[in-house]
Design a protein around this ligand. Structure first.
Ligand SMILES: Nc1nc2c(ncn2[C@@H]2O[C@H](COP(=O)(O)OP(=O)(O)OP(=O)(O)O)[C@@H](O)[C@H]2O)c(=O)[nH]1
Ligand SMILES: [Mg+2]
Length: 432
């Protein structure tokens, strides 16, 4: 790409990201994010980019959690100099098995509302980064890993060391490093090292500021970074900024309206700009249905002994239907259709729904988009029941906290058939 064109692109992109203060030549841009006074820059500084990735085995919803941890870091970095978070494209997730189409290089805008993300920290899609950079290069890669031999005492420490395991990064004869890089084969890195790490996300901040100089730094295995403060206002700020893409919310809303007699006005769940939205517990009523997340598939062995049978789950739902005088059930589930039909068959007086996407919707928004639509509909129910220790259920619970539901209707889980008095999930209530 021509330098001039690249400069223009940087300019436009940064303009959407932040309140522009002043631009100098090239990509020396001074700017501020949000309204925090500590983020004003007197002097122009070149923008730096932080890219990350997560262990390939991790699911969609833990990945969303890792994003939040990384944004805490980026938020802190921006107090010193301008950093933009480059969003790792989605793809090749273990659960995304739909065979009809390939699920790689999916941009974040397929799932999330980018302007909302940007009200928390500056973010850029990976492809936008490649355009801005004009060259498919990542300057430095620090592959995060735990300290060899585990640990007996928790302390924050980090050290560049040998790599513990195979990393998937391979060096060519010119010294450049190659990797899967989300399916972008042309991308390469100039420098690679393994970094043994034990600490919170922001513990790496001084290292990035003082020990690295590259324009773009990548941190694979970013799940190694721990939450600085789980459940505090910063956590919820990041979480609130993760507004689902409007096209997915619209599909969910239409389904609610057509099948579940549920509208935002009637249910008192009207969504506002997240930076202004501040509901109290109990403000939201929710649609006249019980929403459940019935995790099956790999969970049947991964959480063996902690899940109910389909019949047992139906029994638990019926109790709630009766208590809340409701007649409809919405099921978010990864269950195959036979299992869903069996579950449905246990209900004689109530109607049981599942969102079944059209071919067009599925192709457009993929398994991740369908999962979000399911989460969105389940989140709007008058009463929710989740599956034991499922991050998919946790994300629904958080959505309900944002909407302002009474926690009694949110923090519930299915119990195994032989222990109907099982302990409920932790109540991670929203704080502003
Ligand atoms: N559409 C849809 N997909 C689901 C549902 N439950 C699980 N899935 C699929 O399975 C994946 C769940 O994986 P994760 O996001 O790791 O959540 P989890 O496996 O429940 O929880 P952890 O393993 O503890 O992280 C989702 O990304 C979906 O692809 C559901 O109710 N609806
Ligand atoms: Mg999982």
């Amino acid at each position: 790409m021509e330098t001039k064109e690249a400069v223009k692109l940087v300019f436009t992109l940064i303009l959407c990201l932040c309140d522009l203060v002043r631009t100098d030549t090239d990509d020396d841009i001074a700017y501020q994010t949000g309204g925090d006074d500590s983020m004003k820059f007197g002097q122009a500084k070149a923008v730096r980019y932080l890219l990350y990735d997560v262990n390939p085995g991790e699911g969609f919803n833990l990945r969303r959690d890792v994003y939040m941890r990384v944004t805490t870091l980026v938020h802190e970095l921006n107090k010193e100099e301008p950093w933009v978070l480059v969003l790792p494209p989605w793809g090749r997730l273990y659960h995304w098995k739909s065979p009809e189409f390939e699920q790689i290089k999916i941009p974040w805008s397929t799932f999330f509302d980018l302007p909302s993300l940007r009200q928390h920290v500056p973010v850029l899609e990976f492809e936008e980064y490649l355009k801005v950079r004009g060259e498919p290069v990542i300057d430095e890669v620090y592959y995060l890993q735990s300290f060899k031999g585990g640990w007996t005492k928790w302390e924050e420490k980090m050290n560049i060391t040998e790599c513990n395991d195979r990393t998937g990064f391979v060096q060519d004869e010119d010294g450049n490093w190659h990797h899967w890089f989300f399916g972008y084969e042309e991308v390469y890195a100039k420098k690679f090292a393994c970094l043994s790490y034990m600490g919170h996300a922001t513990f790496i901040k001084p290292f990035l500021l003082k020990n690295t100089t590259g324009r773009c730094i990548m941190l694979p295995r970013a799940e190694t970074l721990l939450h600085d403060h789980f459940g505090d206002t910063g956590y919820w700020r990041a979480r609130r900024s993760m507004v689902f893409a409007k096209h997915l919310r619209d599909i969910g809303d239409e389904f609610r309206w057509e099948n579940l007699d549920s509208t935002d006005e009637g249910d008192e769940t009207v969504l506002e700009d997240w930076t202004k939205m501040k509901r109290k517990h109990g403000d939201a009523l929710g649609g006249p249905y019980v929403g459940i997340h019935l995790r099956r598939m790999d969970y049947l062995y991964a959480r063996e002994g902690n899940l109910p049978s389909l019949k047992g789950a139906a029994k638990q739902v019926k109790k709630i239907l009766k208590k809340y005088k409701l007649k409809k059930v919405f099921v978010a589930t990864d269950a195959p259709s036979e299992e869903f039909e069996e579950f449905q068959g246990y209900f004689k007086k109530s109607k049981v729904y599942r969102f079944i996407p059209s071919k067009e919707i599925k192709e457009k928004y993929k398994d991740g988009g369908i999962a979000i639509i399911d989460q969105w509909i389940a989140a709007h129910a008058r009463y929710f029941i989740g599956s034991y220790e499922s991050t998919f259920s946790f994300r629904i619970q958080e959505e309900r906290e944002i909407l302002g539901f009474d926690p009694e209707t949110t923090f519930n889980r299915f119990c195994p058939d032989d222990n109907l008095d099982c302990e409920g999930p932790s109540k991670w209530k929203i704080v502003y």
